[in-house]
Design a protein around this ligand. Structure first.
Ligand code: NAD
Ligand code: MG
Length: 399
């Protein structure tokens, strides 16, 4: 097992926990889990992008030591909303990092969406925290850097993403050397059976209508293009130190088998359950223990069948692009991620079509030379550059 997964047990005293992105889908589900175990956690920091109202409400309920809001212009409103409390208020990018590194926190749940989550995660790792990671984009952009910080500061990374939590659970008690292959399952998204020649007509609403999971808008579009699975392949490469040639994607429309590990003796382990993110969120917080909780159980009388099929990378080119970016290494995954974020935002804004998403990402990757062994500064420049390129390339189609 990677060094970063050394076991830590609950020792009876409440653990300090911070939730970055507490107002989002993963953030609010994390708070639901924390409500189940009021004696085991003390909330230290909560952060949000711009939703002052919900962040202030959460702060009143959980009484953290501090809160942070990313949008500078929302700072005054947040201060005012919490004026009668002694909760510290931080603002802007620096503020998010201050909250992420709050000394009183043991565990930091990283649930900000996208590249915006990178710096706070790096700040938490520099402070030696255990990071329960939902923000996969951090590993896509800066996997090598994250691993260096884990080594340098003694922090720990625990996956929250359901597939990676499944693999993590399958690896308990196993040796790295006996892992043959990781099998990441994918629902296939809302367009699994839709003919590819109709993809040009896909609407925002159709793409936001995921069959199995209720999630934030960005990851829901990523699931429709299958870029989500591509990002998860890169995430798995860094979390488990397994090369892309030993990571397989398998479409499994029921989302009951959350992922699998094949071992060198021909045996395969899988982790199953209803699609409910509270289960992997809780496991990331309770690991290595399992705590009794009322999450929905699988009812086998209602699971008539489990289907599996190979992914179609002609129909879903984003998956191929992610494998290619991982293979290219260096700044390529950061460019892939930035181009995807930018293209998804344009699609959500109804400025481009569904098939423009992979087209713009591929064109951006083709224009950007790969830089090897990038520093954070180089990654940031690659991110900004890729975003500009997407905007330039998208302009003719938006006129
Ligand atoms: P979401 O959009 O519902 O929530 C995002 C959170 O990040 C919000 O609290 C928002 O305020 C905050 N945020 C957004 N932009 C910000 C910025 N610029 N600065 C600071 N904070 C900002 O997203 P989500 O669905 O909860 O996803 C969060 C992360 O978890 C993503 O990386 C996603 O890929 C991953 N993930 C989500 C799910 C899921 O079921 N939702 C499952 C697996 C992994
Ligand atoms: Mg996932």
């Amino acid at each position: 097992m990677p060094r970063s997964f050394q076991e830590r047990s609950f020792n009876g005293t409440p653990r300090g926990v911070s939730v970055l992105g507490s107002t989002g889908s993963i953030g609010t589900q994390t708070l639901e889990v924390l409500r189940l175990f009021p004696d085991r956690f003390r909330v230290q920091a909560l952060t949000a992008g711009s939703n002052v109202e919900l962040l202030a409400k959460q702060a009143r309920e959980f009484a953290p030591r501090c809160v942070a809001i990313g949008a500078e212009e929302q700072g005054p409103a947040l201060r005012e909303a919490l004026a009668d409390t002694d909760i510290e208020v931080h603002v802007g990018g620096e503020g998010l990092c201050t909250a992420a590194a709050d000394p009183a926190a043991d565990v930091v749940v990283a649930a900000v969406v996208g590249y915006a989550g990178l710096k706070p995660v790096l700040a938490a790792l520099e402070a030696g925290k255990t990071v329960a990671l939902a923000n996969k984009e951090t590993l896509v952009v800066a996997g090598a850097l994250v691993n260096r910080l884990l080594d340098a500061h003694g922090g720990t990374l625990i996956p929250v993403d359901s597939e990676h939590s499944a693999i993590f659970q399958c690896l308990v008690g196993e040796s790295d050397r006996q892992v043959e292959e990781l099998v990441l399952t994918a629902s296939g998204g809302p367009f699994r059976t839709r003919p590819a020649d109709t993809f040009g007509a896909v609407t925002r609403e159709e793409a936001l209508d995921h069959p199995n999971w209720s999630m934030g808008a960005k990851i829901t579009i990523d699931s429709a293009t299958m870029m989500n699975k591509g990002l998860e392949v890169i995430e798995a490469r860094w979390l488990f130190d397994v090369g892309a040639d030993r990571i397989r994607v398998l479409v499994h429309p029921q989302s009951i088998v959350h992922s699998m590990v094949a071992f060198t003796d021909g045996s395969t382990k899988a982790q199953l359950g209803v699609p409910d993110m509270k289960v992997p969120i809780q496991y990331a917080l309770s690991h290595p223990a399992r705590w009794p909780a009322p999450h929905e159980r699988l009812d086998w009388s209602e699971v008539p069948r489990l289907d599996f099929e190979l992914p179609d990378t002609d129909k879903f080119p984003c998956l191929r692009l992610a494998f290619e970016a991982l293979e290219a290494g260096g700044t390529a995954p950061a460019v892939l991620n930035a181009a995807n974020e930018e293209a998804v935002a344009l699609f959500l804004d109804e400025q481009i079509g569904f098939t423009d998403i992979p087209r713009l990402i591929e064109a951006t990757l083709a224009r950007r030379a790969v830089q090897e062994a990038p520093t954070l500064d180089v990654l940031q420049a690659a991110d900004a550059d890729a975003r500009r390129t997407v905007q330039e390339l998208a302009r003719p189609t938006t006129n």
